[in-house]
Design a protein around this ligand. Structure first.
Ligand code: NPW
Ligand code: K
Length: 495
């Protein structure tokens, strides 16, 4: 499913109306009806509705919802926020239809909250810009104080469709019924927290409208996409078919990172896993990953990567002395997919020219802090424009960027974005990134279709955390080794 900004949704709207000839009022009718259908599904025991209507098309949807709920004999009170002369276009048309059906409204008065169970927020939709102005800020405050169940139409009033700042005083919804496509803000924080339970309802806009108008592709990657791209093992296969992966990881102070990344690769289908780590660290790591073979990192690195199908570099390497040299060599000479994570990323900022010149897939897996270091800004800045940062960095350097966080983003060299929708905050701790690196490496090594492999790996990683959570493992205690042990369950359930 494609996520769009408010501006893009507006462009789609114009295209559908002006080029395809769909009447705007028909889309508004579809939108309002779709919302009413969901309301009747959730609230069927005589709840009383208060519908608050703003001056734009979000308010127009509100009139359709009001009319169709009243047609269904539900108790509904309708309040208009602006004076009635403000309504124009399709919203005005639907106001007229509402009135012609014999239904009435009043001007806004907070007294009506008393007789309502459910407040329908049809105040502001994707047309919002900047801080919330009066009278809407006042109305939103009153909704909050009324402590009723709030259902927002399209998006909670105040919240922008894109990833710009959430205005102060935005409405906290209990439920949001989003029209046609998820909006970008749903996948960003803090906006996501305002949406409450969210679902997307179709309003009859054909896919061609998106193909013609929305240039930036941002799609959600979920269980079905992962299952569709699954690479089945043939019964006749042998270990050489499943990828010879090399992992350059671990150091005297961080041996665990090597064990975790390699353990995850082994459990994710890598045929042969070899770990390059300092000689002194090998016995410790080997005790945890007996399936792997070992390579002392002090040796000539070319003999390590020459026969590999995929390499990951960075987890716990420390990389103070030999790091730049190893990375440079891999970027310039290794011809398979190269995954750079953690300590490998710290060196990468100095090598971006080489990165751009590389002909083979390069995948980086930064958290917001590492991403910030790469672009010379702050984690806060990265988090305020995750989509933009991931897409532009990937495109500019011709690489795949896995920008970690809630809704991890996978950006391709073409600037497309895939939004992961699995995972929970139990992943926000040390070791979790090393697990991801191992899964990504195992998956990308077996295919030329890099993005689906990365997205599937990211999905499996999050899914495994969700699986643990569902089975009673608290987020606080969830750890990397449990994740690795739970991977077989995820494999069984997803493919
Ligand atoms: N796309 C589609 O295909 C379809 C879209 N549909 C629906 O249309 C919605 C988008 O409608 P839209 O563009 O009319 O904008 P919308 O959000 O209702 O509000 C605009 C008004 O808000 C106001 N306003 C703005 N900023 C403000 C602020 N900071 N603080 C306070 N007020 C502010 C400003 O009012 P003014 O200041 O002029 O009084 C402006 O006129 C979309 O979310 C969906 O619900 C469906 O009907 C069917 C098909
Ligand atoms: K709204």
């Amino acid at each position: 499913m494609q996520a769009v900004t408010g501006e893009e949704m507006g462009a789609v709207d114009r295209y559908v109306i002006e080029t395809l000839g769909y009447p705007g009022a028909m889309l508004m009718e579809n939108a309002g009806r779709a919302v009413t259908e969901r309301l009747l599904h959730y609230y069927h025991t005589g709840e009383r509705f208060l519908i608050l209507i703003g001056s734009g098309n979000n308010g127009g949807d509100g009139f359709v919802i009001a009319r169709t709920l009243k047609d269904a004999k539900r108790e509904v009170h309708v309040c208009l926020i602006p004076p009635e002369e403000k309504f124009k276009g399709d919203a005005k048309l639907h106001k007229n239809l509402y009135e012609n059906a014999g239904y009435t409204w009043t001007s806004y008065d907070p007294i009506y909250f008393q007789k309502a169970d459910i407040v329908i927020d049809a105040l502001l939709g994707t047309g919002i810009s900047g801080d919330i102005r009066e009278p809407y800020s006042n109305v939103i405050e009153a909704i909050t104080n009324a402590e009723k169940t709030v259902v927002s139409v399209d998006l909670p009033s105040g919240i922008p469709g894109d990833e710009t700042t959430v205005p102060e005083g935005s409405l906290q919804a209990d439920r949001t019924i989003t029209l046609q496509q998820p909006k970008l803000s749903y996948y960003t924080y803090p906006a996501r927290d305002y949406y409450g339970e969210t679902e997307v309802v179709p309003i009859g806009i054909p896919p061609t409208a998106f193909e013609h108008t929305v240039k930036t592709k941002r799609n959600v990657w979920s269980a079905s996409e992962t299952a569709n791209h699954w690479q089945p093992w043939a019964a006749s296969s042998h270990k050489g078919n499943h990828g010879k992966v090399g992992i350059i990881a671990g150091s005297e102070t961080m041996p665990g990172a090597a064990a975790i990344a390699a353990g995850a690769a082994v459990k994710s289908g890598a045929g042969l896993t070899t770990i390059a780590t300092p000689q002194s660290v090998i016995p410790m790591v080997a005790a945890h990953v007996p399936e792997a073979t070992y390579f002392p990192r002090e040796n000539e690195i070319s003999s390590f990567y020459e026969n590999k199908d995929g390499i990951a570099v960075g987890p716990g390497t420390g990389f103070d002395t030999d790091g730049p040299e190893i990375l440079t060599e891999l970027i310039e000479n290794f011809e398979g997919p190269l995954v750079v994570d953690a300590d490998g990323l710290h060196q990468l900022a100095e090598m971006l020219d080489r990165v751009r010149a590389r002909k083979h897939p390069l995948i980086i897996t930064p958290h917001p802090g590492e991403m910030a270091a790469l672009i010379g800004s702050s984690p806060r800045d990265v988090n305020s424009r995750r989509f933009e940062v991931a897409a532009s960095f990937a495109q500019e350097h011709g690489i795949y960027v896995v920008l970690k966080g809630p809704y991890t983003l996978v950006a391709t060299p073409e600037g497309e974005i895939w939004i992961n929708d699995s995972g929970n905050a139990g992943l926000a701790k040390g070791g979790s990134g090393d697990v991801l690196t191992g899964i990504v490496l195992a998956f990308v090594t077996k295919t030329n279709n890099i993005q689906p492999a990365i997205s599937s790996a990211v999905y499996m990683h999050g899914y495994t955390a969700d699986y643990l959570l569902e089975r009673g493992v608290p987020m606080e205690t969830m750890n990397a080794m449990e994740m690795i042990q739970a991977l077989p369950n995820s494999f069984r359930e997803i493919r």
